[in-house]
Write a protein that binds this ligand. Structure first.
Ligand SMILES: Cc1cc2nc3c(=O)[nH]c(=O)nc-3n(C[C@H](O)[C@H](O)[C@H](O)COP(=O)(O)OP(=O)(O)OC[C@H]3O[C@@H](n4cnc5c(N)ncnc54)[C@H](O)[C@@H]3O)c2cc1C
Length: 203
């Protein structure tokens, strides 16, 4: 069995005091029309930029001509987001959007969502095996590629295929220890408030 559920590993008893999950929020605009694309620059290819500051905004222009913004950091004590939090996140997402695209302030968001970014204190991932259970969790913000990679190598491990990458994943440094609740939430919320307060123009 492959259990690649990151922070949720704790609920399966496969990890303890390793993850500090963060909720972040994203908004995707409707598709831009011809005149809005002209205002953006006709020949511009799809792109993405990530803020230098931890609490800054990620911005993308997608293949289907939409603008995306992501920002907001909250500690995910209960491993879930909520409709109220997502509603509240709209203000900061809209502000980030309007600051960057003043000619597109009228373009509405078609989707707004919140989800978890599975962080560990030192950004190291969890990758292990207990009998026939293979488990993993990403430990950093750019988790999609990491999750995909670890899934691939779980499949190889389970099928007895050895490789240099598999050896690296098995022997890589482990996540550092985190204090238990309630200290974890209190510490994380303080740190996130500080990061948000100092991000300024990066939001
Ligand atoms: C707004 C936002 C934007 C992001 N943008 C990017 C980006 O541009 N690039 C990037 O690389 N990363 C991005 N991330 C982070 C990325 O989404 C995560 O790192 C990635 O999804 C982690 O993948 P995962 O499979 O480890 O965890 P998840 O995608 O969280 O999947 C875990 C799954 O386990 C399931 N699960 C939990 N418990 C159980 C159970 N008991 N039984 C069955 N299923 C269970 C959950 O329902 C969930 O589907 C973003 C995150 C957010 C919130």
């Amino acid at each position: 069995m492959v259990v690649p559920v990151s922070t949720f590993l704790e609920e399966f008893g496969l990890s303890k005091n390793q993850f500090c999950p963060i909720i972040s929020f994203g908004a995707l605009s409707r598709q831009l029309d011809e005149s809005e694309l002209d205002a953006l620059g006709r020949d511009v290819k799809p792109w993405g930029v990530t803020a230098a500051h931890t609490a800054g905004t990620t911005v993308r222009f997608t293949h289907d001509n939409r603008l995306l913004v992501r920002n907001g950091l909250m500690y995910a004590t209960w491993l879930t987001s909520s409709p109220e939090r997502i509603r509240r996140s709209r203000r900061m997402l809209r502000k980030a959007f309007n600051n960057r695209f003043p000619n597109h302030k009228h373009v509405n968001f078609e989707y707004v969502w919140g989800g978890m970014i599975h962080l560990t204190m030192n950004s190291r991932s969890v990758f292990g095996r207990k009998g026939n259970i293979f488990y993993s969790g990403v430990g950093e913000g750019a988790g999609i590629i990491k999750a995909f990679t670890m899934g691939t190598y779980h499949a190889e491990w389970a099928n007895g295929v050895n490789s240099e990458v598999l050896d690296f994943l098995k022997n890589d440094k482990k996540p550092s220890w985190l204090p238990p609740e309630p200290f974890r939430t209190v510490g994380a919320e303080c740190r996130l408030l500080w990061e948000t307060a100092t991000a300024r123009g990066e939001i």
